[in-house]
Design a protein around this ligand. Structure first.
Ligand SMILES: *[C@@H]1O[C@H](CO)[C@@H](O)[C@H](O)[C@H]1NC(C)=O
Ligand SMILES: *[C@@H]1O[C@H](CO)[C@@H](O)[C@H](O)[C@H]1NC(C)=O
Length: 121
């Protein structure tokens, strides 16, 4: 897989994320912000743990609650989606098992796109 995870281009939209790298203390929350340079209905949050494939955490549509995949709880991964260009993912109560790569991607359900092909079973 391509490793340029902090900067993705989807439908010509540039997705940027910050921080691109972070070190967290055990038990503290981590916040990742994702900004898209155009308006998108749907944003996806993924993580990839060492040695594992990319896993979808949740799908965040603007104006409604994020939809979580099995194994991911809202309490642990609160997501905000205040507008069409922005989303944040929090990872609460960080533990060593949470170390990995977190990233977001953008899509537009209006276009009928399905980007959820890389989930873990
Ligand atoms: C994420 O964490 C930040 C900082 O702790 C907090 O201000 C924000 O409200 C949290 N967001 C969500 C969606 O819980
Ligand atoms: C979207 O929300 C974020 C966080 O509240 C804010 O910083 C940003 O300016 C907003 N963007 C638009 C286009 O309203």
């Amino acid at each position: 897989m391509n490793t340029s995870l902090e900067l993705g281009s989807v439908f010509g939209a540039v997705v940027s994320q910050k921080p691109s790298r972070g070190i967290c203390q055990r038990g503290t929350p981590m916040t990742i912000q994702c900004h898209v340079d155009s308006q998108v209905t749907t944003m996806f949050w993924y993580r990839q743990l060492p040695g594992q494939s990319m896993t979808l955490i949740a799908t965040a549509n603007q104006g409604s609650e994020a939809t979580y995949e099995k194994g991911f709880a809202k309490d642990k991964f609160p997501i905000s989606r205040p507008n069409l260009t922005f989303s944040t993912l929090n990872v609460s109560d960080m533990s060593p098992e949470d170390s990995g790569i977190y990233f977001c991607s953008a899509g537009d359900t209006v276009l009928g796109t399905d980007q959820r092909s890389e989930q873990e079973p």
